[in-house]
Design a protein around this ligand. Structure first.
Ligand code: ADP
Ligand code: MG
Length: 749
C-alpha cells in the first residue's frame, strides 16, 4: 500500500530518493506531492524564438546525426540537428559515446539546454534530453505542459517529473480533508485529481483548477483550526471585571486633559463590555502610531484595578517598558501613589520590572506584584512571563504585537489560576488577510482617526550621491534644533565590530535583543519569494560611523549628539533615552531600537540613513516617531541605492501616510512568509518547514477571496460540528497543522 506517508526510497531507489531528501528535504510521498512545479513549459513553442543564453526545453525530432573526429584530441564527437517541424537547431556532444546510438534520425525527445551560437546557427552544447516513446499513440506534443520544478541537485527536471509519475502510478488514493458538501458547493476537484492537475496536467486550465482547490484546502484547514480555537476560548471562563463607581477610572477620566476621539470612545466601550464578561477577552487593537491606543489600554487597566484585579503591560523592549512606566505614572499622578503618604486613597501602585534593575528594586517590585499592592505591573514580555507572581491577574495588555505569537498568548492565558483578559495592541497596520489568519483567533478593533491637532509627516527621498541635498538635510536638522526641536538619525547597523560586514542578515548574531528582533521581522534583504529588494553587498551606514560624520559636520557644530543601540548596557540606554526625553540631547543617532512606541513629542525630524535597507512598513513605523506633538514632522529617507525597486519603495513611503496601503505593498513586495510570522525558520525556499502564518500555497496578497470564503465555511462547519466528528479527515489535517506549528515554534526556540 502506497500512501502519503510512504518513504520515497521504497519507490524511487536510494540514490534518487537520497538526492530529494538531501537537497529538498523530500522524504515521503506526501512531501513530493507538495513539491509543486514552479512553472510550466509548453512543449513546442520554443524553437522559433531563441537568443543566446536562453534556456530551452523542447520536444523535437532528430533530423540528422553525424559523428566525426575532432581536429585535436581523441574519441569522436557527435553533431545532431533537431527540428520541431519548422525550426532547426544544432546539437553538439563532444563525446559521442552514449549518445550516438540513441539520437538517430526519427527519434523524438525532450531536449533541454542553453542556447549558444556556432557557425551562425543556434546550437545547444551537450544538452540534457529524454527520449519520448512514440508508440502508445501519444505524440510528444499532446502530452500537456511540462512541469518545471525547483532545481534538485543531482537530478534533472524530468527525473523529478518522472519520480512524481511513478508515485502517481502506485498511489491509489489520498486522504480528502475537504467535506464533500463544500467541494460540491464550490465546484472543486477531489484532492487526488487536484494533485494530478498540478503535477501531470493535460492542459493549463487543469493546473488553475487544481491550484484553486489546494489553496482553498490550505485556507480551510487553517480557518477550521482558528474557528475551533475561538470556540474553545468562548467556552473558557474567568472573572468578569466591572469597575466600581467613583474609583480610579472615574478619577482618571476626570483629569484627562483632552477629550477622547469617537473611535477611542467606541473601542473603550467594547473593552469595558468584554472585561465585564466571564469569557476572557482576546482582542487585537490596531491603530496608527499616535492614534491614542495607550490611553485606551490604560483605561482598561484602571477598570480592572477598580474591579479588584491587577493588570500587566508587556512591552517588547526595556526602553519601551521604561517609557510606558514613565508616561503612565505621569498620567496617573497621585493616583499612582496608592498607599503612600500623600497619595490618593483610591490610588494604586505601578511596578516596573526590567532585566537591568538592581536586585533590590526588582525584589521590591516583584513583591508589589505578588501582594497585589501594584495594580499595574509593567515590564518586558520575558520578565513578566517567566518571573512574576500576581495576586489576581485580571488583564494583560501586550504592546506591539509583531513579536508576540499565538504560542505566547497561550502561555499567558495559562498564567494564574484563571485565564486573564488579553488585549494586544499594534501600531503596524495589518492587511485584512493577515488579521484573518495570523490573528484569526482574536477579535479586532481599529482606531482609524488620529486625535485632532496632529500634524502630518512630510517625507522626502534624498539620493546620497547628491552631496548638496545631503548637506541640506543636515542643515535642516540643525535648523529644527535651533528652533528648539530634536532629531532622530536612524542607521541600519551599530558598527564598531558588530560583525555586520554590510549585510543586515549577519547582524543576527548581535546580542542586542531589539535589533535582533527587528532584523528577523524586517531584514530587508530576506530571500523570501517575490522579495523585490536586491541588496548589493554595500557597506551599510553604522551608528558609530554616522555619529563621527555628524560630529565633524560644521553645520551641526555645538549640537548635543548621542547614540543609542541595543548593545549598550541597559543603564546607558536608559540614561540616553532619559536625556533625549528631557531635551538634553538634540540629535539621537540610533538603530531601530527607537522603532516602536518611543514617544518624544518634541522630536520633529528624522533622517533614515541607507533607508533602502529597511522594509516599507518599518519605515512607516519609524517615521511615526516624529510629528507626535503640535509641530509638523519631517522624515528624510537617504539612500545610495540605484536599484529601481528600492527607489520605488522609498517613493511609495514618501507618497502616502496610509499605513494600511503600505502594509499591503510590503506584503506584496516581500511575499507572505516574513511580514507576518515575525520569526521565520528561514527554511523557506522549498516552501516547507515554515512557522505560523506561513502558507505553502496560499498567498495573503492574492488569495483574499479564498481566505474569506474559507473563514465563513469553517465557522459554519465548526458551529455545526465543533469536534468535526463527521469530518475525520479534516480533523486530522487540522491536528497535523497544529503539530507542525508547534514543531516550528519549538525549532525557533
Ligand atoms: P499610540 O499608543 O496609539 O501610539 P498614544 O496613546 O501614545 O498613541 O497617544 C499619543 C499621544 O496622543 C499621547 O501623548 C496621548 O496623550 C495623546 N492623545 C491620546 N488620545 C488623545 C486625544 N483624544 N486627544 C488628544 N491627544 C490625545
Ligand atoms: Mg504606543
Amino acid at each position: 500500500m502506497v500512501d502519503e506517508r510512504t518513504k520515497l526510497d521504497k519507490l524511487l531507489g536510494v540514490r534518487t530518493a537520497g538526492n530529494l531528501a538531501k537537497h529538498r528535504d523530500l522524504v515521503t510521498v506526501g512531501d513530493l506531492l507538495e513539491f509543486w512545479p514552479r512553472r510550466y513549459l509548453e512543449h513546442t513553442s520554443d524553437l522559433s524564438d531563441l537568443h543566446v543564453g536562453k534556456y530551452v526545453v523542447a520536444v523535437a525530432e532528430v533530423k540528422t546525426a553525424a559523428t566525426r573526429r575532432p581536429k585535436s584530441g581523441r574519441g569522436e564527437m557527435l553533431t545532431v540537428t533537431i527540428t520541431d517541424g519548422r525550426n532547426d537547431v544544432d546539437l553538439v556532444f563532444f563525446k559521442a559515446w552514449g549518445h550516438k546510438d540513441k539520437l538517430v534520425p526519427g527519434v523524438r525527445a525532450v531536449f533541454a539546454g542553453e542556447v549558444g551560437i556556432y557557425g551562425r546557427r543556434w546550437q545547444l552544447a551537450h544538452p540534457a534530453y529524454q527520449l519520448v516513446e512514440g508508440d502508445l499513440g501519444t505524440s510528444a506534443t499532446d502530452r500537456g505542459p511540462i512541469p518545471v520544478y525547483l532545481q534538485v541537485k543531482g537530478l534533472q527536471n524530468w527525473t523529478v517529473a518522472e519520480c512524481v509519475r511513478i508515485v502517481f502510478d502506485h498511489l491509489e488514493d489520498v486522504p480528502e480533508p475537504l467535506p464533500a458538501s463544500l467541494r460540491r458547493r464550490h465546484g472543486l476537484p477531489g484532492r487526488l485529481e487536484a494533485l494530478r492537475g498540478i503535477h501531470v496536467p493535460k492542459a493549463f486550465p487543469e493546473v488553475q483548477r487544481a491550484r484553486q482547490r489546494l489553496r482553498y484546502e490550505e485556507a480551510l484547514v487553517f480557518q477550521t483550526l482558528l474557528a475551533q480555537r475561538r470556540a474553545r476560548q468562548a467556552a473558557d471562563r474567568t472573572t468578569g471585571r466591572t469597575p466600581r463607581a467613583g474609583g480610579l477610572l472615574a478619577a482618571f477620566d476626570a483629569r484627562l486633559p483632552f477629550e477622547l476621539t469617537d473611535g477611542q470612545k467606541a473601542v473603550g466601550a467594547t473593552l469595558a463590555e468584554e472585561l465585564a464578561k466571564d469569557v476572557p477577552m482576546n482582542r487585537l487593537l490596531q491603530g496608527e502610531v499616535g492614534s491614542g491606543k495607550t490611553v485606551i489600554a490604560l483605561r482598561a487597566m484602571l477598570a480592572a484595578v477598580d474591579a479588584g484585579g491587577q493588570a500587566a503591560l508587556l512591552a517588547p523592549t526595556e526602553v519601551l517598558a521604561a517609557q510606558h512606566h514613565r508616561s503612565i505614572t505621569t498620567m496617573l499622578g497621585d493616583l499612582a501613589e496608592g498607599g503612600l503618604l500623600g497619595g490618593s486613597d483610591i490610588g494604586t501602585r505601578v511596578a516596573l520590572l526590567t532585566g537591568s534593575q538592581s536586585t533590590a528594586a526588582r525584589r521590591d517590585n516583584l513583591l508589589q506584584a505578588a501582594s497585589g499592592d501594584a495594580g499595574i505591573v509593567i515590564g518586558t514580555h520575558a520578565i513578566i512571563q517567566d518571573k512574576v507572581q500576581f495576586q489576581d491577574l485580571a488583564l494583560v495588555v501586550v504592546d506591539e504585537q509583531h513579536r508576540f505569537g499565538v504560542e505566547q498568548r497561550d502561555a499567558l492565558r495559562e498564567k494564574g489560576t484563571q485565564p486573564p483578559h488579553v488585549l494586544v495592541m499594534t501600531a503596524t497596520p495589518i492587511p485584512r488577510t493577515v488579521t484573518m489568519t495570523v490573528f484569526g483567533d482574536m477579535e479586532t478593533s481599529t482606531l482609524a482617526e488620529l486625535p485632532r491637532g496632529r500634524s502630518p509627516i512630510a517625507t522626502h527621498v534624498v539620493p546620497a550621491e547628491r552631496r548638496d541635498w545631503v548637506q541640506r538635510t543636515w542643515e535642516r536638522v540643525a535648523e529644527e534644533v535651533r528652533s528648539g526641536r530634536q532629531a532622530y538619525v536612524v542607521c541600519p547597523r551599530i558598527g564598531d565590530g558588530d560583525g555586520g560586514a554590510g549585510r543586515a542578515r549577519s547582524a543576527g548574531s548581535a546580542s542586542a535583543d531589539e535589533e535582533e528582533i527587528a532584523e528577523s521581522v524586517f531584514a530587508p534583504d530576506d530571500d523570501g519569494e517575490g522579495a523585490a529588494v536586491a541588496a548589493p553587498p554595500r557597506e551599510m551606514a553604522s551608528v558609530h560611523a554616522v555619529e563621527a560624520t555628524l560630529r565633524a559636520n560644521p553645520a551641526l557644530a555645538g549640537l548635543s549628539i548621542a547614540v543609542l543601540h541595543g548593545r549598550m548596557p541597559p543603564e546607558d540606554k536608559d540614561a540616553v533615552m532619559g536625556a533625549f526625553t528631557a531635551g538634553e540631547v538634540d540629535v539621537l543617532v540610533s538603530t531601530t531600537v527607537i522603532e516602536v512606541g518611543v514617544d518624544v513629542p518634541n522630536a520633529t525630524v528624522m533622517v533614515v540613513v541607507d533607508a533602502d535597507r529597511f522594509g516599507v512598513s518599518q519605515l512607516h513605523q519609524l517615521r511615526g516617531r516624529v510629528g507626535r506633538g503640535v509641530h509638523p514632522g519631517l522624515c528624510l529617507l537617504m539612500t545610495s541605492s540605484e536599484a529601481e525597486a528600492s527607489v520605488e519603495r522609498l517613493e511609495a513611503v514618501a507618497g502616502t501616510n496610509d499605513g494600511f496601503e503600505l502594509a499591503r505593498l510590503d506584503l506584496e513586495l516581500r511575499g507572505t512568509g516574513d511580514v507576518l510570522s515575525g520569526r521565520q525558520s528561514g527554511g523557506g525556499r522549498s516552501g516547507r518547514g515554515m512557522g505560523r502564518g506561513s502558507f505553502r500555497f496560499l498567498s495573503l496578497v492574492r488569495d483574499e477571496e479564498i481566505i474569506l470564503q474559507a473563514r465563513e465555511d469553517a465557522a459554519e462547519l465548526v458551529a455545526a460540528d465543533p469536534e468535526l466528528t463527521d469530518h475525520p479527515e479534516l480533523a486530522k489535517a487540522v491536528t497535523e497543522r497544529v503539530d507542525e506549528e508547534q514543531a516550528a515554534f519549538l525549532d525557533r526556540g
